[in-house]
Design a protein around this ligand. Structure first.
Ligand SMILES: Cc1cc2nc3c(=O)[nH]c(=O)nc-3n(C[C@H](O)[C@H](O)[C@H](O)COP(=O)(O)OP(=O)(O)OC[C@H]3O[C@@H](n4cnc5c(N)ncnc54)[C@H](O)[C@@H]3O)c2cc1C
Length: 439
């Protein structure tokens, strides 16, 4: 039997496991996940009101239930097991650990209370056990920095009415904190022009259909700048300060034109709503300002006066970086690899290897390619695999959450959902482990 360990149970890890099981009939594939619960950003990144997207977790769960696959939840490589130890037990190890750290803007005031990165803010509203509540105090104006779908997600979650959040899995505690604010204005600020925004049509259009909020264009004349449509920025440049999610390609100019058209439609919206979502383009963040906490955000505008937006909350949505997995260290935000191979027997998949770009299905396409490579290079060294890993973890008294135990957590979360939520997540590891116990 050949043995493969995949570290991380996000889409990249699950899709790769699926492909490997199909391609290598004599392989056992184990997924090692630091949390007691699987699916990475599908659970903790995708917005709580986008349950249609989150539903992909049902497909991923079917992968975890397959023969020749074992889920080792609540096992962190670097904490419970060294990477070198894992490599001694498996013929191949794949890092599918994602890119969990916010990229920083590197401007003054970034540590002021009220300034947060999207990884921690989105993690908080999605109930990630590592993400503490941000210090929200009488927020009336919020600034969201970035021109991609993550920025839209954040603005939409802040803007939606309670009725619009019914059926989501936003936790009651988080919702209560959000409702306690009196948010009237949400600014979405992008460094580049409207034609360079990386919003996707569906997500942008959704902002025009909210019950209690309407989009506003701060400078509608920017939308008639057709030159911007003809000269899109280079791909790498686009990737620098924008949402990590859409595919790595620059949007086709047709897509850019559609985005600009949607924005033009927003400029015509004259409804009177309690919340305004104001789009600003061509404004580069200069500083977060305030004495003890955030009071305003200052932006530079090419050839114009600086833009200063009063704000009690600022969320930067400018991308993510991989973090070290035990002794494996990333460089410039990713694990350096050549076609997914880091070195003999060690591979990388998903955001950890290619950076924060692409949608969930991008990880599936990539998994097919990586699985083929691993299948071609995989050699049976007669290693211990799952059984040896289970023995080592038991000797260390690591409380492993297997697939059946995850299903118990899942069932408990569904059972406590209440009437207007589809799920009520456990927000602490302890509560998850408690729910994992067979009764
Ligand atoms: C805010 C946000 C919203 C998004 N919304 C959408 C959307 O609506 N539609 C869409 O198509 N895409 C969306 N995406 C993109 C999508 O989530 C990613 O493409 C995808 O999750 C990347 O998969 P991954 O497996 O590489 O990383 P992740 O999903 O981050 O999974 C990594 C996993 O590795 C685990 N891990 C990390 N370190 C260790 C360790 N040392 N030991 C064990 N386990 C470890 C983590 O706990 C995690 O479970 C969104 C992304 C973000 C950030």
């Amino acid at each position: 039997m050949k043995h493969v360990a995949i570290v991380g149970s996000g889409p990249a890890g699950c899709y790769l496991a699926d492909q490997l099981l199909r391609l290598v009939p004599d392989a056992q594939v184990d997924i090692v996940e630091r949390l007691p619960v699987p699916f990475g950003l599908v659970r903790y990144g995708v917005a709580p009101d986008h349950q249609g997207t989150k539903a992909v977790s049902r497909l991923l769960d079917r992968v975890l239930a397959r023969d020749r696959l074992r889920f080792f939840g609540h096992v962190e490589v670097g904490r419970d097991m060294r990477l070198e130890e894992l490599r001694e037990l498996y013929d191949a190890v794949v890092l599918a650990t994602g890119a969990p750290r916010d990229r920083r803007l590197g401007i003054p005031g970034e540590t002021l209370p009220g300034v947060v990165g999207s990884a921690s803010f989105v993690g908080w509203y999605n109930g990630h056990p590592d993400c503490a509540a941000p210090p929200l105090l009488d927020v009336r104006e919020a600034v969201v920095i970035g021109n991609g779908n993550v920025a839209i997600d954040v603005a939409r979650v802040l803007a939606k009415t309670p009725a619009e959040l019914a059926g989501s899995d936003l936790s009651p505690q988080v919702h209560e904190r959000l409702l306690a604010q009196r948010i009237g204005t949400i600014h979405i600020v992008g460094r580049r022009g409207p034609a360079d925004a990386k919003f996707t049509r569906a997500e942008l259009a959704e902002l025009g259909k909210l019950a209690g909020a309407r989009p506003v264009i701060a400078e509608p004349q920017a939308l008639s700048d057709l030159k911007a449509l003809a000269e899109p920025q280079a791909t790498a440049d686009r990737q620098a300060l924008v949402d990590p999610r859409p595919p790595g390609e620059a949007p086709a100019s047709g897509e850019a034109a559609a985005i600009v058209e949607l924005l033009r439609g927003f400029a015509q919206d004259a409804r009177d709503t309690p919340v305004r979502i104001v789009f600003h383009f061509g404004a580069a963040p200069l500083a977060f300002e305030g004495r003890d906490r955030l009071e305003s955000v200052r932006f530079a505008r090419a050839g114009g006066e600086p833009l200063v937006l009063p704000a009690q909350l600022a969320v930067s949505c400018i991308g993510y970086q991989a973090v070290a997995c035990c002794t494996a260290a990333p460089a410039a935000g990713v694990f350096v690899n050549e076609g997914a191979r880091i070195e003999d027997g060690l591979y990388v998949a998903g955001w950890a290897g290619r950076g924060p770009s692409g949608t969930i299905p991008t990880n599936r396409t990539e998994a097919q390619r990586i699985a083929q490579r691993i299948a071609a290079e995989l050699v049976d060294h007669g290693r211990g695999g799952s059984d040896a890993l289970a023995r080592t973890l038991a000797a260390r008294r690591v409380r492993v959450v297997d697939h059946a135990a995850w299903r118990r957590i899942d069932a408990a979360e569904l059972a406590r959902a209440g009437t207007d939520r589809c799920r009520h997540k456990f927000e602490s590891i302890e509560a998850m482990l408690e729910a994992a116990v067979a009764r």
